[in-house]
Design a binder for this molecule. Structure first.
Ligand code: 13P
Length: 249
């Protein structure tokens, strides 16, 4: 049985004050028990404050990105050891915004995935196609390439300490959610791709859906057999809405 995960990716949003309010709402909202794991992903400068506010609660936290390198002369980068100082459980790697805006190739993403695992941090590997790729009929090729880069570097067993998030680029921040059937189809493809290497790992793998998840559509998405929770952007910045999504599991 896969335990669902609902993850809130705050992207480059928030302030010390807004984070305190947001986390107060979330922790109060989940205090009576939840059927999923849940976690938030603040910008780096707020990790210490998030750790302070969430320690002792059921809500975990992680980072939105990490360097694949050991500490050294890499201006502006953050190493896995630094995330461990703040007891991050997870780190997102390969978000489409990192791939598209900051030129992260699948090879770099695979190295970040490897660095996270080596440090004992659970990577959440994001994969997904653009609208152009979907309409051009290369969706599966694109997603397979994103997965294969990691499988080749780390091996299939590595997915036992990892989470995958399917985030169709055309559904991110657009209000255009994939239908549950569209998402399920791709989730089944991803699980099938893993199963060609190891059926047991594939069956255990948590695959989250991301892209305009809201309180109003979460339940129907999470009800699909291969969708094991969500990676939520905009709606995770509203405490009540995020709690509604967690409770939709
Ligand atoms: P939205 O939920 O705002 O579409 O963002 C999804 C996302 O990119 C989460 O990582």
């Amino acid at each position: 049985m896969r335990r669902p995960l609902v993850a809130g990716n705050w992207k480059m949003n928030g302030s010390l004050q807004s984070i305190q309010e947001l986390l107060a709402t979330i922790t109060a909202g989940v205090a009576d028990g939840i059927k999923a794991d849940c976690a938030v992903f603040p910008p780096f400068p707020y990790l210490g404050e998030v750790e302070r506010l969430l320690s002792g609660t059921v809500v975990r936290w992680g980072a939105q990105n990490v360097s694949q390198r050991a500490p050294g002369a890499f201006t502006g980068e953050v190493a896995t050891a630094m995330l461990l100082d703040f007891h991050c459980t997870y780190v997102i790697v390969g978000h489409s915004e990192r791939r598209a805006l900051y030129g992260e190739s699948s090879a770099i993403v695979a190295e970040k995935f490897a660095a996270a695992r080596k440090a004992g941090i659970i990577p959440i590997l994001c994969v997904g196609e653009t609208l152009e790729e979907r309409e051009g009929g290369v969706m599966e090729t694109v997603i397979a390439e994103q997965l294969d880069a990691v499988i080749e570097l780390e091996g299939i067993k590595a997915f036992d300490d990892a989470v995958i998030a399917y985030e169709p680029v055309w559904a991110i921040g657009t209000g255009k959610t994939a239908t549950p059937e569209q998402a399920q189809e791709v989730h089944a493809f991803i699980r099938g791709r893993l199963a060609t290497h190891d059926a047991d790992v594939a069956a255990r793998e948590r695959i989250l859906y991301g892209g305009s998840v809201k309180g109003s559509n979460a339940a129907e998405l999470f009800a699909m057999p291969d969708i094991d929770g969500g990676l939520v952007g905009g709606a995770a910045l509203n405490g009540q809405e995020f709690v509604t999504i967690i409770k939709a599991v």
